[in-house]
Design a protein around this ligand. Structure first.
Ligand code: TMP
Length: 210
């Protein structure tokens, strides 16, 4: 009789890119595939996925929040510290594949490259928030600003309403990160049809699981 027990294999995969790049759709499809293959799968998002981090998310995305760039940086790292210690760490220890919608590369890209904060300082804070929790695989979904913006709805949150110049710096930031950490971070052309993109995502994740 085939066993109904789920396969235990820990793997930490993060999904990154500018707003409107299609990463959340791809995360959901990857999750469904891994479920169907019998893996234990957890789907998380940043900032969020714990009660406190979801509250921090509300402050960060609220268009009425007036916060300095450093406060913004620290709030993202605070939310991250919560999700790492309460969710990601324990899930990986108990044999889950963790799929996370954004992680510290978003902070490097948005607060570092986008806001212009010192990248080394930003990276030091990642260490404080995450310890040695590093993704096994990071997928950067790359699209033009034009396509990304056309995918966003009309009601935009505080971050989504930043200027085109800001998003151009953020996109460039993700591409720089991929260049400097090419073993961990893979760029996927996300301007193609969803199924073509997800075929690449599947290949990259399954290769890591082998
Ligand atoms: P989401 O809309 O993809 O859920 O992400 C929330 C917003 O927060 C998105 O505009 C990107 C932004 N963000 C940062 O600026 N820095 C970060 O560290 C993270 C995780 C997200």
């Amino acid at each position: 009789m085939p066993s109904k027990r789920k396969k235990r294999q820990s793997l930490f995969v993060t999904f990154e890119g500018i707003d409107g790049c299609g990463k959340s759709t791809q995360l959901s499809k990857a999750g469904d595939l891994l479920d169907s293959l019998g893996y234990k799968v957890a789907r998380l998002r940043e900032p969020g996925s714990t009660p406190t981090a979801e509250r921090i998310r509300e402050i960060l995305l609220d268009r009425n929040s007036s916060i300095t760039d450093i406060t913004e940086l620290l709030l993202y790292e605070a939310a991250r510290s919560e999700i790492v210690s309460r969710e990601i760490g324990p899930l990986l220890k108990s044999g889950y594949i963790v799929l996370c919608d954004r992680f510290y590369d978003s902070t490097t890209a948005y607060q570092g490259y986008g806001r212009g904060l010192d990248i080394r300082m930003v990276k030091r804070l990642h260490r404080v928030a995450t310890g040695d929790c590093i993704p096994d695989l990071t997928l950067v979904f790359d699209v033009s600003l034009k396509m990304a913006r056309s995918r966003l709805g009309r009601s935009r949150d505080r971050l989504e309403s930043q200027s085109k110049a800001f998003f151009s710096r953020v996109r460039n930031g993700f591409l720089q990160i991929a260049k400097t950490e090419s073993r961990r971070v893979k760029v996927i052309d996300s301007s193609r049809p969803v199924d073509e993109v997800s075929a690449d995502v599947e290949k990259l994740i399954l290769r890591k699981l082998r």
